[in-house]
Design a protein around this ligand. Structure first.
Ligand code: ASP
Length: 306
């Protein structure tokens, strides 16, 4: 097991619509945790507005992740971690549980909202995962404006890179990958995840976040999941798919706990998972010191924590 006690939460009751977001498993300094929880609550509000207006789970999960990408607290979009060459190379995925369509981009440079480019890949329907230069071309074809990569770089990301390089680590948590799972009133599910990956990563390194089944998964019949933590382990364990497969029978919290425990023990991968069961119940588990989160469901208030 990892250094930190397993922690989890569940909403307990089925819900007409529901949404759960995370702001990354890791070890965010205690003083910064309330800001991360507030960012998650704001993202949930965006998703809630979509769902209350009768929008789809896919739109809600996407809206929540865009809000988190735009919040410089998090390791996604603006404020994302930098690779060893001090470049933000961004990964994102999104999946629709009713159509089972998915879109993803990896090692994308120069776009503010990678989850929107992933969504464009989903809508295009030709391939699931686009990398580097091809992802860039797809983004242009879909009408997105390229920005100078420096516009996405924050002082905090530079400081994290310096710390990672000084420590001589190939892997280092930034503690702020983002993700969302949602169910709409029609009973359809969706999941989305976005990240800059690990600070100081080798250029071209791709983690779990853009890999369908590892970083994100959604299937109306099974559930929806977004993962965060040590990506190499999450990827090999195919964690998001396996967690959703368990969520249906065991409930989302127990399923998240089972996978997070296995990730820590078998794959040396401290991690956190957010999960949604087909009936709208939400749950998360983490084996790291922190994972900010936010949740809402039909008839309930917005909750958040870390
Ligand atoms: N899983 C992400 C990656 O390995 C990082 C994270 O969740 O913090 O790229």
């Amino acid at each position: 097991m990892s250094d930190h006690a397993l922690k989890g939460w569940s909403s307990q009751t089925p819900a007409r619509w529901s949404i759960l977001v995370h702001g990354g498993a890791g070890d965010v300094p205690v003083a910064k945790r309330p800001a991360h929880a507030a960012g998650c609550a704001a993202a949930v509000e965006r998703g809630r507005a979509v769902l209350e207006a009768g929008g789809t789970a896919l739109e809600a999960a996407q809206a929540a992740v865009v809000a988190l990408e735009d919040d410089p607290c998090f390791n996604a979009g603006t404020g994302a971690s930098l690779n060893a060459d001090a470049m933000p190379e961004l990964d994102a995925s999104i999946m629709c549980g009713s159509s089972l369509r998915a879109g993803a981009v990896c090692a994308l440079v120069g776009f503010k909202n990678p989850v929107l480019v992933a969504r464009a890949a989903l809508e295009r329907g030709q391939h699931v995962l686009y990398a580097a230069e091809g992802a860039r071309r797809l983004a242009h074809e879909a009408g997105f404006t390229e920005v100078p990569p420096e516009e996405l770089v924050t002082d905090a990301a530079r400081a994290k890179l310096a710390a990672a390089l000084a420590a001589g680590q190939a892997k280092n948590w930034a503690g702020g990958t983002v993700g969302a799972v949602a169910r709409d009133a029609e009973g359809h599910l969706a999941a989305a995840t976005s990240t800059g990956g690990t600070a100081g990563k080798y250029p071209g390194r791709v983690g779990d976040s853009p890999i369908v089944g590892a970083g994100s998964y959604a299937d109306d019949q099974l559930g929806a999941c977004s993962a965060t933590g040590y990506g190499e382990g999450i990827l090999k364990a195919v964690a998001s798919y396996r967690a959703t497969a368990l969520a249906n029978d065991h409930g989302p919290r127990a399923a998240a706990e089972a996978l997070v425990t296995e990730l820590a023990n078998r794959w040396t991968a401290p991690a956190g998972l957010i999960l949604l069961a087909p009936d709208g119940r939400l749950g998360w588990a983490r084996s790291t010191a922190s994972m900010s989160w936010g949740a809402a469901w039909h008839g309930g208030e917005t909750l958040s924590g870390y």
